[in-house]
Design a protein around this ligand. Structure first.
Ligand code: SF4
Length: 275
């Protein structure tokens, strides 16, 4: 299935092709991950990795840093202390994770200074007491982009707990990327945790047919017409992914510290106080 996805994607129009081999899992657990990245690189796509870092050992680091198609690596670390991170991320060794990240940073600074490296914390009740320590620690390390995002769920619009954006924006997701599941189903965005908005299946249609198909047209029309609240079968009515665009704008205006990007919500006030 992976080769089919890559081949069909590379045949679609557009100059810059970006592939991520993750959705809700850990990409480095895939037994043939090296072959997969080699194939993507051979086809001329660029790619990024979001990982919990536990399998980013020296061998994997050296392999990945040798791939010019790799553009970004993001490490998910949900605590400043081992106690908190290991409580949230079951099975992770915080000490081992720090060793892996620091080795990766050292090798990248020597061999891939162009690589974008991020460390991301998802802010939640269990770790909010140490997010300032997290930011202070990671932003003190050269070459690390630090992200803190607010946990999202299906219960409501979490961003509104912290911030009321001036106006809802059109979501870019249906216009810019797709998620292809291992069974061939195509869903339009990362918010579709339960695969409720299946746009088509690669066992039945080509990726290009799905991308230009009726279901995608309806979804794009919902966005362009701003009728999110009227079309409840789609998840858009209860989603705040679009809010990140406001924060990206603020980031471009450099209201944040250069190294800090809050992807969603209103935590910039707190960041300003931190720095
Ligand atoms: S608004 Fe949310 S649910 Fe709708 S397409 Fe965008 S990310 Fe997906």
């Amino acid at each position: 299935m992976l080769l089919i996805i890559v081949d069909q994607f590379m045949r679609m129009p557009g100059d810059s092709k970006h592939i991520s081999l993750q959705f809700q899992g850990e990409p480095l657990m895939y037994p043939q991950i090296k072959e997969a990245y080699n194939y993507i690189q051979k086809k001329g796509a660029i790619f990024n990795i979001t990982t919990n870092g536990m399998l980013m050992d020296k061998e994997m680091t050296n392999f990945l840093l040798g791939l010019s198609g790799l553009q970004q690596v993001s490490f998910s670390v949900d605590g400043y202390t081992a106690e908190t991170n290991e409580k949230i991320r079951r099975g992770v060794s915080h000490q081992k994770l720090l060793e892996n990240i620091h080795y990766f940073l050292k090798e990248a600074s020597e061999n891939r200074p162009d690589l974008y490296i991020g460390v991301n914390m998802v802010l939640m009740e269990e770790n909010k007491h140490e997010y300032k320590d997290f930011i202070n620690y990671w932003t003190s390390i050269k070459g690390v982009h630090t992200w803190v995002t607010i946990v999202t769920d299906e219960e409501g619009i979490p961003t509104k707990k912290y911030w009321e954006p001036p106006e809802r924006l059109i979501c870019k997701s249906p216009f810019t990327f797709s998620v292809v599941l291992t069974n061939g189903d195509v869903v339009p965005c990362c918010r579709d945790h339960n695969y409720e908005m299946v746009m088509g299946n690669l066992h039945t249609y080509f990726l290009g047919e799905i991308w230009n198909g009726l279901k995608y047209k309806i979804l794009r029309n919902i966005q362009e017409s701003k009728i999110w609240d009227e079309v409840k079968p789609y998840l858009c009515y209860n989603c705040d992914t679009w809010a990140s665009d406001y924060v990206e704008t603020l980031y471009k205006l450099r209201l944040f510290n250069d190294n800090i990007l809050c992807a969603q919500g209103s935590y910039w006030e707190k960041f300003e106080r931190v720095r």
